[in-house]
Design a protein around this ligand. Sequence first.
Ligand SMILES: *[C@@H]1O[C@H](CO)[C@@H](O)[C@H](O)[C@H]1NC(C)=O
Ligand SMILES: *[C@@H]1O[C@H](CO)[C@@H](O)[C@H](O)[C@H]1NC(C)=O
Ligand SMILES: *[C@@H]1O[C@H](CO)[C@@H](O)[C@H](O)[C@H]1NC(C)=O
Ligand SMILES: *[C@@H]1O[C@H](CO)[C@@H](O)[C@H](O)[C@H]1NC(C)=O
Ligand SMILES: *[C@@H]1O[C@H](CO)[C@@H](O)[C@H](O)[C@H]1NC(C)=O
Ligand SMILES: *[C@@H]1O[C@H](CO)[C@@H](O)[C@H](O)[C@H]1NC(C)=O
Ligand SMILES: *[C@@H]1O[C@H](CO)[C@@H](O)[C@H](O)[C@H]1NC(C)=O
Ligand SMILES: *[C@@H]1O[C@H](CO)[C@@H](O)[C@H](O)[C@H]1NC(C)=O
Ligand SMILES: *[C@@H]1O[C@H](CO)[C@@H](O)[C@H](O)[C@H]1NC(C)=O
Ligand SMILES: *[C@@H]1O[C@H](CO)[C@@H](O)[C@H](O)[C@H]1NC(C)=O
Ligand SMILES: *[C@@H]1O[C@H](CO)[C@@H](O)[C@H](O)[C@H]1NC(C)=O
Length: 676
Amino acid sequence: MLRRLDFVFFSAALLCLQIQLTDAQNNPSAYAPNVNVECPSTPLLRTFSTDNQSLNTLEQDYIQQKEAVSPQAWKAWLGNGSALGYNLSQFEAHFPRIAIAACGGGLRAALYDVGSLSGFDARNDSSVAAGTGGLLQVASYLSGLSGGSWAVGSLFFNDFPPMHDLVLGDSQSGLSGWELSTDLAAPAGDDLFNKDNQYYYGSLLWSVYAKADKGLDTNNFFTNDSSHGAGILWSNMPNIPAFANHSLPFPIIMADSRPIGSNLTTILANTATVYEITPFEFGSFDPGLQAMTNTSFIGTHLNNGQPPNATGCVQGFDQASFMIGTSASLFNQILDTVHNTLQSFDPGDSSGLLYVLERQLTEVRTRSNDVANWPNPFQSINSDTFHDSNSSWLDLIDGATNIENVPIGPLFVKARGIDVVVALDGSADTSFSWPNGTSMLFSQQRFQEVLSETHQAFPPIPETAADFLNTGASLRPTFFGCFPAQNPPEFPLVLYFPNAPPSNGDDPVTNTDTFKLSYTDIHTSLFLDQIQAVTRGGFVPNEKGADPNFGNCLQCAAIDRARYKVNPTVPRSSICSQCFQQYCYDQGNPPAASEIVGRTLAFKDPDPQGVSQVEGFLSKNKIALILGLVGLAVVTIASIFLIFEFSDSSRYFAILRGDMGHPEDKFDQTELFALR
Ligand SMILES: *[C@@H]1O[C@H](CO)[C@@H](O)[C@H](O)[C@H]1NC(C)=O
Ligand SMILES: *[C@@H]1O[C@H](CO)[C@@H](O)[C@H](O)[C@H]1NC(C)=O
Ligand SMILES: *[C@@H]1O[C@H](CO)[C@@H](O)[C@H](O)[C@H]1NC(C)=O
Ligand SMILES: *[C@@H]1O[C@H](CO)[C@@H](O)[C@H](O)[C@H]1NC(C)=O
Ligand SMILES: *[C@@H]1O[C@H](CO)[C@@H](O)[C@H](O)[C@H]1NC(C)=O
Ligand SMILES: *[C@@H]1O[C@H](CO)[C@@H](O)[C@H](O)[C@H]1NC(C)=O
Ligand SMILES: *[C@@H]1O[C@H](CO)[C@@H](O)[C@H](O)[C@H]1NC(C)=O
Ligand SMILES: *[C@@H]1O[C@H](CO)[C@@H](O)[C@H](O)[C@H]1NC(C)=O
Ligand SMILES: *[C@@H]1O[C@H](CO)[C@@H](O)[C@H](O)[C@H]1NC(C)=O
Ligand SMILES: *[C@@H]1O[C@H](CO)[C@@H](O)[C@H](O)[C@H]1NC(C)=O
Ligand SMILES: *[C@@H]1O[C@H](CO)[C@@H](O)[C@H](O)[C@H]1NC(C)=O
């Protein structure tokens, strides 16, 4: 449940994502999706099969061109290889294909992901000095879900600025940063009932929506008409200079789906279809579906691959903010929960806020039954295996709803041929909000039970969450799959980076609550510094402090699969063998958590502002309020992102008032945008 909620907060967090519009995207007419657009003459649907799995040709081209420039990046990172005991020239034309997976988990995860990427970034001198800076530049893929999709989207749509500037802002380049000090629940400060906060809540109500389509003001929470990044399309990503010149890995974000008709509000079964969204395609490699549609045209309902007619297509549905963060089914489910919770909640302390929430919920309830999701582009496809093949809609929800909080699924797709997967796990599993491997265990199980024919095999990992903790794999970087029995190896090498406390024993500042809705600039900055140090530092068995050799060990891991591609196979160097002894997980001889000494596990607020009334209030009424705030956040999202996609507000209000009767009778593409 909590994992699912992460996503909502995260979506709300988008409100303060200040996207720098490049000229290509700075087109206000992009606010509303265009319906009844002429359909392209090329097919909108692509299907494939287990024996014949294929990638989109534009994705293939991107990877090819990216990998044409990456040998320079490898050389910049590894030199001639002699520090690792290799001759890098031998690996020319055989460099491994690297991918990074950025986890979900609210603002914490977004910061964790970006901080880790900075530790791998060749543009950061400290990362280069540690030997870890360079991995990002050789990576071909970057996947993200939930919080991670925000990190990924933000990185791309801001044209790949230095990570610190991305988060904290930089006046010179005009970046405003993530503005995390603005509390998402109470942007005008601790007094929930002050005028501006009330106005903020009030502005979420329908009465001000009429003004919503007015203009572009990305800066002020308290205006009626700020658009907060609307109009930027995921399919426009190729126009971003850093994408066009292949300086970034190819992005993939994930969404789960709730089988239509299941009404599930619990964790999804591992058979539920998992979707991916790239700048080019939306669809799934899961064996049940194996089909993709063109991202520019998502929103178009296809039946058996055909649009309703030659001018029945939709464009502009792929709002970046919508791709990253919203889902109408979530809206439904959460509002149900909120409603029930609020009804059982003692109004004593908090009647004001709850009154506002109730009022919003009442407004929203009138349309919740009408909320529809994505038009199904896969109707009538694979009707014997695709659960939603009879449905004209898809219910898409948070990519972490099935517990796979680290988005490694798309990186194991066989056709992608990835050799090394870097898994950034910032999940809050333990009582101190550190990961315990649950996400990896779920992925492993799903790979075995559902994806064995379409995806690469999963390397051996500890068998249970308790084993992740007992072996110390949850406290330091651990490499899985170092010892394949075959060539080509039967699984990719997985470099697991858990969010972990500093090796010098300092108080950790990165294991924050998923529901922490604001970070002071000081905390944000320390968070990034700490996670970079953790990323760069590895561990030393039985000692405190960073491993000065970790940079080399990471390089050994990154290049290792190249050895298998050279004929005859190059033996692992003794330098790298030593590294592997320290960092690899060997099933037969597992490491022990007792080797990791002197760590402090409990979070300590580095910049206490006095407990904010909001957070005090939150912790006192935690569950009930969290749910209420989720409702608030969802309404916020709906107001900010969805409204802008609707151009005819009179019709919108007619629908809100219920004038359109029973929606299923009358759905057409236009109404969709009002109801989504
Ligand atoms: C593989 O897929 C392509 C594209 O969908 C199709 O043209 C081709 O016939 C398929 N080949 C096999 C052997 O199924
Ligand atoms: C790498 O460069 C160093 C000097 O910079 C040289 O001594 C060494 O032989 C070179 N190694 C290879 C494998 O080219
Ligand atoms: C490194 O490998 C290249 C290509 O195989 C070879 O030409 C070169 O002599 C090697 N350098 C050293 C120092 O072994
Ligand atoms: C590099 O990382 C350090 C923290 O280790 C940070 O202070 C600095 O701002 C970063 N530089 C850039 C260009 O991101
Ligand atoms: C928002 O709309 C209300 C009602 O029209 C108006 O009174 C108020 O001044 C507006 N606020 C801002 C900040 O534009
Ligand atoms: C690619 O684009 C980025 C972002 O505009 C720029 O910073 C970088 O210098 C460019 N790189 C190359 C190799 O042209
Ligand atoms: C889902 O909910 C609808 C409406 O409440 C109900 O009619 C239907 O039977 C439910 N389906 C399942 C599988 O529980
Ligand atoms: C999507 O369709 C447009 C219009 O036909 C085309 O230009 C574009 O290449 C297509 N994208 C993909 C990924 O096929
Ligand atoms: C084409 O289909 C769209 C969507 O169903 C519909 O709105 C439109 O009226 C149709 N156009 C024609 C010419 O039939
Ligand atoms: C879709 O409908 C057809 C015909 O009604 C039925 O035979 C089939 O089992 C259904 N498929 C799914 C996945 O429900
Ligand atoms: C691991 O984390 C999950 C939550 O993701 C929790 O339910 C489980 O109890 C934890 N297990 C252990 C052994 O800590």
